[in-house]
Design a protein around this ligand. Structure first.
Ligand SMILES: Cc1ncc(C[n+]2csc(CCOP(=O)(O)OP(=O)(O)O)c2C)c(N)n1
Ligand code: SF4
Length: 473
């Protein structure tokens, strides 16, 4: 593959700390040709600054070493879902999902068809080389009948391995895709047609017309065990019989221009404000705090995190709230992570919280060791603490469940815990801001405000009585 001077690509491929002008692809691999066609297309169309390519898992995993555009990597098969998010959030992005057959047609088939069924505004480039290249030549959904691979050493047998999947044809059963074409890069004439198809798909993205799917038959000399020339012949003589080239659909002329995506819903809007004048902190120094709330479903763990997130948001802090829960509807693991910050938050995921709230035994076993050194774990008194205790963190036990029950609202153990957090000043948010957020959370059930106030007050009093101090409401 030509490197220096190729439009839209880096001149030097820096990988694993070394500076190299060689790509990591095998001689005769179609990926190199397709990379070049794609970069020429977005450059010639003036789209380089707007293009974001989602790289697959497979031999093209390092696409971002070559394409001088925005690049992200997705989990195996999940590129169309990540591309969906990018396309919906970045209205000006030319979003590309670049995938091999193992990635797109095996592990990622659901993601592929769902994104196509939704008619997401993205260009999918499907590199079909009939085999898993990266992992040493296993059978793919597109492996030909009789084709030998490391997992079909006697040749693909329809009786046990089923028939090859025809992705263009499958996508063509769906209503919303705008453009579907199968091309090949096995010789020069085909490469020119492939370039035209890639260009057309990007033009459709530029014109905001919707979903495009271009399948590119591509040689993989290494895994099909042939020379580069013979691997290209294999594509022309065998793959193209199973996967005929041509345009299956082109509705680009009549497809309506898609509206710009709506702005993302902010937490303020989520909580019912119009969000138009969300206050922002102007602090010079970044102050970011990481809280994790854990227990089981039905204990109000997620609501507890939401109240804290809403309180931080009302204070003008950047805030994220990320729930996780087990598969069970009730009684399974439930947790949520809340990040508050004076500045833009990089990720809502927390590995080592500075504050961990634990409401049941299983959560204690699962999360206590994750608290960062110097951090605080506030644990319900019904939970047996491990022996020995983890070192370097503070642990406090609060009878949140008992306090809620004693005050006639057993379901409000989460609110008792919130009261303890206020008393301990564990959130760094003024007490009245937290209590206002709590009351806002009951806006649709005002009858619950008073009993929950009672539980909150009981927990604050408990902490005060036991010398657990902090700012009190
Ligand atoms: C979850 C997961 N399962 C399996 C793998 C191993 N794996 C890496 S790439 C790959 C298949 C790649 O084949 P393909 O998509 O056809 O791309 P190619 O390498 O041929 O371009 C597999 C199975 C993985 N990385 N992650
Ligand atoms: S294994 Fe196949 S797909 Fe992977 S780089 Fe080599 S030729 Fe290309």
């Amino acid at each position: 593959m030509a490197t220096l001077g190729t439009k839209g690509m880096f001149d030097v491929f820096t990988r694993s700390g070394s500076e190299s002008r060689a790509t990591h692809y095998c001689a005769g691999c179609g990926h190199g040709i397709i990379h070049k066609l794609l970069s020429e297309a977005y450059t010639e169309l003036g789209l380089q600054d707007r293009t974001v390519i989602v790289n697959p898992i497979g031999c093209a995993v390092f696409g971002y070493y070559y394409w001088d555009v925005g690049g992200v990597s997705a989990g195996h098969g999940q590129a169309p879902s990540m591309a969906t998010a990018i396309s919906r959030l970045r209205d000006k992005a030319i979003t590309v999902s670049y995938q091999g057959d193992g990635d797109l047609a095996a592990i990622g088939l659901g993601h592929t068809l769902q994104a196509a069924a939704r008619g997401e505004h993205m260009a999918v480039f499907f590199v079909n080389n009939s085999i898993y290249g990266m992992t040493g030549g296993q059978m793919a959904p597109t492996t030909l009948i009789g084709q030998k691979t490391t997992t079909s050493p006697l040749g693909r047998n329809p009786a046990t391995d089923g028939m090859p999947l025809h992705l263009c044809e499958m996508v063509n059963t769906l209503t919303l895709p705008v453009y579907i074409e199968r091309v090949s890069v096995a010789d020069t004439a085909r490469i020119m047609k492939a370039k035209a198809a890639i260009r057309k798909a990007l033009e459709i993205q530029r014109d905001r017309k919707g979903y495009t799917f271009v399948e590119i038959l591509s040689p993989c000399p290494t895994s099909v065990g042939r020379s580069p020339l013979d691997a290209a012949k294999f594509v022309i003589e065998q793959m193209e019989k199973e996967y005929p080239l041509g345009c299956l659909r082109d509705r680009s002329a009549e497809a309506p221009v898609r509206p710009e995506p709506k702005p993302w819903v902010s937490l303020a809007q989520f909580f019912g404000d119009d969000g138009s004048e969300e206050p922002r902190h102007e602090a010079a120094e970044v102050c970011e705090r990481h809280f994790k709330f854990t227990g089981f479903g039905g204990q109000g763990i997620l609501s507890l995190g939401l109240v804290v997130a809403d309180a931080a948001r009302a204070l003008g802090l950047e805030t994220t709230w990320l729930p996780t829960y087990g598969p069970e509807q009730r009684g399974g693991d439930a947790a949520c992570m809340v990040v508050t910050s004076t500045h833009t938050i990089g990720t809502p995921a927390i590995e080592h919280p500075e504050l961990l709230v634990v409401m049941n035994q299983a959560a204690c076993a699962k999360h206590l060791h994750t608290v960062r050194p110097g951090g605080l774990a506030v644990i319900d008194s019904t939970v047996r603490l491990p022996d020995p205790l983890p070192e370097g963190i503070r642990i406090m036990q609060i009878p949140a469940i008992d306090l809620a029950t004693a005050n006639g609202v057993p379901k409000a153990a989460n609110v008792a815990m919130l009261g303890a957090l206020i008393a301990l000043d564990a959130l760094g948010i003024p007490a009245h801001v937290v209590t206002e957020a709590l009351e806002r959370s009951f806006a649709r059930k005002p009858a619950l405000i008073e009993p929950n106030r009672r539980v909150l007050r009981a927990a604050v009093d408990y902490c005060r009585h036991h010398g657990l101090t902090g700012e009190l409401p």
